[in-house]
Ligand binder design. Structure first.
Ligand code: ZN
Length: 176
């Protein structure tokens, strides 16, 4: 199996993936006892507590925030990463384009339960008042954007994807 295949199938064992100018870090699955349901999605209980407070305060400003993706297991991610490839293994070009917006199994912040997608998966979410509100207030609740424009990991801009770093444990999870 070559490197591209190993990564695509979730069999790559390294601590990080560095490929085509893109870096993905390794994450473990959230422990079952730390997962709870928030809205309709499973997330880490510490994130849930902070999100509910943020959501509640946002409503007072007329801003509706919803989790559209939370915890995703490494096993589940094995089905997501390859799903947009026409053929397997993918071409080099396809592979790099996919790496830019999707993490291979074992390398998604969503595994930790401490990262969520909010409201939309479209780049024009960045033009909404909800996004503007998040930029201004999310840090007060322990949230930060993982992949702003020109992020160090070389990933695409994801205005919807926020990680929670409001506890020491959460901070450590993302200390890479
Ligand atoms: Zn995400």
């Amino acid at each position: 199996m070559n490197l591209t295949e190993e990564i695509t199938t979730g069999n790559y064992k390294g601590e990080k993936i560095v490929y085509g100018g893109i870096t993905h870090y390794k994450y473990a699955d959230c422990a079952e006892e730390n997962l709870i349901t928030c809205g309709e999605k499973q997330v880490h209980k510490d994130l849930a507590k902070a999100f509910l407070k943020m959501q509640n305060d946002a409503i007072k400003d007329g801003i509706k925030l919803e989790i559209i993706s939370g915890f995703r297991s490494i096993e589940y991610q094995k089905t997501i990463f390859p799903c947009k490839f026409k053929n397997l293994p993918p071409t080099e070009e396809e592979f790099i384009a996919r790496l830019k917006y999707s993490a291979p199994a074992g390398f998604s912040e969503h595994h930790t339960g401490l990262a969520i997608d909010i409201n939309s998966l479209e780049e024009d979410f960045a033009d909404t008042k909800e996004y503007e509100w998040l930029l201004k207030h999310a840090q007060n609740y322990g949230f930060e954007m993982s992949f702003p424009k020109n992020n160090k990991q070389g990933l695409g801009f994801e205005p919807w994807h926020w990680k929670y770093t409001g506890t020491e444990e959460a901070k450590k999870t993302f200390m890479l």
